[in-house]
Design a protein around this ligand. Structure first.
Ligand SMILES: [Mg+2]
Length: 357
């Protein structure tokens, strides 16, 4: 996992010849770190990875009649997580969860993960007998990887002034069966898995805690763990995405990474329809507000449309499914998404997460 390191990795020839600089870097951390990661990476295994870490490329072997689904997600310290609020294990978990959630949205089975990591040097060293930050990051990463049986098949490492984690996930889906954003039609009904707003309300609670303590170095009290669990350890809905494909239920799907209001706009735009959401039907998570549920983001639930005659069950692979609205024909002057409440329908603007906004 790093340029200039012969024992790792796929993705390019060594950029640094083994020499003085390399040796120094290796002995003090990089090579040893790669060995540690490689030892752990080999534990989870999918049959589709013919070659993983150790060659210049990974070799993936799909089953006949399948196509490859590939997604990439960039996580940056102070943009997607905070080093002083999120435990290292949570950051590792969230990095992988973001990629797995994209595969879930397409109904793809995870095959292999690739991780490029940029880290300040002090996060690689263990201080005073305590586990190094990076090892705790991988504790979280591999715990989720093992749950979903997805091996780490390659990546890259670099010293960086800020923590940067770039995850690539490869998945497999039966040819022509992937869930797309573009398949919804007027009259389709709109569903979500799980609860909405839990991740955003958890983040708000972390912010309150930092304010109360007048410190950003948060040790999360036991009693607060359930409140912040969805923020720290979101569960990608891989099994639910696979079930949607297997049962042919969904006409379109997307994962809720940026917030319902924003992601529903994406779904409508790609499908060429408008949507109506019933406020009273929204499965708002405990501790969360309507605003968290609409605009919070990071819930990593699935939002999907289904034909009105489709028999959508009330649970999918153990997770509740709720009907929250319907798709309508697009008409000139009509907002793309409307929220129907006690006082009638109002336009629902995309107010979720947006970079460069
Ligand atoms: Mg997505």
């Amino acid at each position: 996992m790093a340029p200039g390191c012969p024992i790792l990795k796929n993705g390019g020839k060594p950029k640094v010849k083994p020499g003085k600089t390399m040796k120094k870097a290796g002995q003090s951390g990089e090579l040893e770190l790669i060995d540690r990661i490689r030892g752990r990476a080999s534990r989870a295994g999918s049959r589709e990875v013919a070659r993983g870490i150790g060659d210049d490329c990974a070799l993936l072997r799909l089953r006949p009649g399948e196509e490859l689904a590939v997604t990439t997600d960039l996580s940056l310290a102070e943009r997607h997580f905070r080093l002083d609020w999120h435990p290292a294990e949570s950051i590792g978990h969230r990095t992988l969860a973001r990629g797995l959630s994209d595969l879930a949205a397409m109904g793809a089975r995870p095959v292999a993960a690739f991780l490029s990591l940029g880290l300040p040097a002090d996060l690689v060293r263990s201080v005073g007998g305590r586990k190094a930050w990076v090892d705790r990051f991988f504790d979280g990463f591999f715990a989720l990887a093992e749950e979903h049986n997805v091996p780490l098949a390659g990546g890259d490492l670099a010293e960086s002034p800020v923590v940067v984690a770039d995850i690539v996930l490869a998945g497999a889906v039966k040819r022509g069966k992937a869930l797309l954003r573009s398949g919804a039609r007027p009259g389709d009904l709109l569903y979500v898995t799980g609860d909405l707003g839990a991740a955003a309300s958890g983040l708000a609670r972390l912010a309150e805690l930092a304010h109360e303590r007048r410190s950003n170095s948060l040790k999360i009290p036991k009693g607060l763990e359930p409140v912040v669990a969805a923020q720290l350890y979101p569960q990608p809905r891989v099994a639910q995405g696979l079930a949607l494909v297997r049962r042919g239920l969904a006409s379109a799907a997307i994962d809720l990474s940026d917030g319902l209001s924003t992601d529903l706009h994406h779904l409508c735009a790609e499908s060429g329809v408008t949507a109506e959401v019933e406020a009273a039907a929204l499965p708002i998570a405990a501790y969360a507000t309507l605003t968290h549920a609409l605009n919070g983001g990071e819930d990593y639930e699935l939002l999907f449309a289904a034909r009105p005659q489709a028999r959508v069950p009330s649970t999918l692979a153990g997770v509740r499914v709720t009907r929250i609205g319907r798709m309508l024909r697009r008409q000139a002057g009509m907002p793309m998404v409307r929220l129907v409440g006690a006082h009638g329908a109002q336009p629902l603007a995309a107010q979720g997460w947006e970079h460069f906004a």
